[in-house]
Design a protein around this ligand. Structure first.
Ligand code: PBG
Length: 325
């Protein structure tokens, strides 16, 4: 036998020497949920161990993450039902608690990188990402709302704007609006290939943002499609996206790989709430080793081609890695 692959696996040092992929803590993004109020920390039932924080406690959480090397955060607001309306007007209202919190985060942690969420659903009484009329999601009527939201977020200090709504043409619409208003330094992380997935359940619990009627299949992608992701990627890049995202991550590793090998801008992968919940539940039952399963999951996403991984386990992974070394 001339080739014995096991020779390269003989010792830990050899295994490390020939390791092809490395997961860096600096590539991880921690999603965080913000609620109004003070001194509140509420666990998400379908995502045990993950919380909604009021601003004061969110600031502490960010500090704790940053001391572990997690510096990038995707921040989502949970809006009380009575502040929601058809036009999602609270999203750019001057007294919006999400925008105020962003300012305070950047003030307290100027070295952090904060990413916003642009979509109507958290603020919309219809619970859809776009403007709803007669049961239809109106693409072009949604764009100006998204742009207003994006500009308010840029003004508040978000480093990256994250359109998660899947309306056509929104990246360009937002880019041009930001540029006209002088926000040429604010980047766009576009949710490029976002699928109509069953794995967003815990997230919608966290924000109470599930659609009031219908589903999201007229704007989010069909899980059966791969080539269409490439079309969305080329469009978003030509419209000015700085980073493109695949979401969910685990069930769409082929999509991550396709975009990585066919584009030349950074690829983010969103390990979504339902994908994390499955692992948490199995570990709670003693069916999986939580720490090892998290490591293998994140490495799988990395190996598929993700440059950036957004995961509810970012902090935990960093804690585990720091403890080891
Ligand atoms: C909505 C949005 C969703 C997620 C991020 N932004 C849910 C949805 O599209 O219904 C899901 C993230 C997760 O499940 O972790 N604009």
């Amino acid at each position: 036998m001339l080739q014995r692959p096991r020779r390269n696996r003989l010792t830990p040092v050899l295994r490390n020497l020939v390791q092809e992929n490395h997961l860096q803590i600096s590539s991880l993004v921690q999603p965080l949920f913000l609620i109004p109020g003070e001194n509140i920390k509420l666990e998400i039932k379908s995502l045990p161990g993950i919380f909604r924080f009021s601003e004061d406690l969110l600031l502490e959480e960010i500090g704790a993450c940053m001391s572990l090397g997690i510096n990038t955060f995707l921040i989502f607001p949970a809006i009380p039902e009575e502040w929601k309306d058809k036009s999602a007007s609270y999203s750019y209202s001057p007294d919006n608690f999400y925008l105020k919190a962003a300012k305070n985060i950047k003030k307290q942690y100027p070295a952090s990188c904060i990413i916003s969420d642009v979509a109507m659903d958290p603020y919309s009484s219809d619970g859809h990402d776009g403007w709803v009329e007669d049961g239809q999601i109106l693409n072009d009527k949604t764009l100006p709302v998204l742009a207003k939201m994006a500009m308010a977020q840029a003004e508040a200090g978000f480093d990256l704007i994250g359109p998660s709504d899947m309306m056509d043409g929104r990246v360009q619409f937002i880019r041009e609006s930001l540029d006209k208003a002088g926000f040429t330094q604010t980047g766009i992380l576009s949710y490029t290939a976002k699928y109509a997935s069953a794995f967003y359940g815990p997230f919608r619990d966290a924000l109470d943002s599930a659609p009031k009627s219908g589903d999201k299949k007229t704007y989010q992608m069909n899980p059966a499609n791969l080539q269409e992701a490439l079309k969305e990627a080329h469009l978003d890049i030509s419209e000015g996206a700085d980073i493109i995202m695949v979401k969910p991550a685990l069930h769409y590793l082929d999509v991550i790989h396709l975009l990585k090998t066919n584009t030349n801008i950074p690829i983010a992968a969103y390990h979504v709430s339902g994908e994390c919940a499955m692992l948490i539940a199995a570990a709670q039952n003693g069916w999986l080793d939580r720490k090892k399963a998290i490591e293998e999951t994140l490495m799988g996403i990395k190996r598929a081609g993700a440059d950036i991984i957004i995961t509810y386990f970012a902090r935990e992974y960093a804690e585990n890695t720091t403890k080891q070394s």
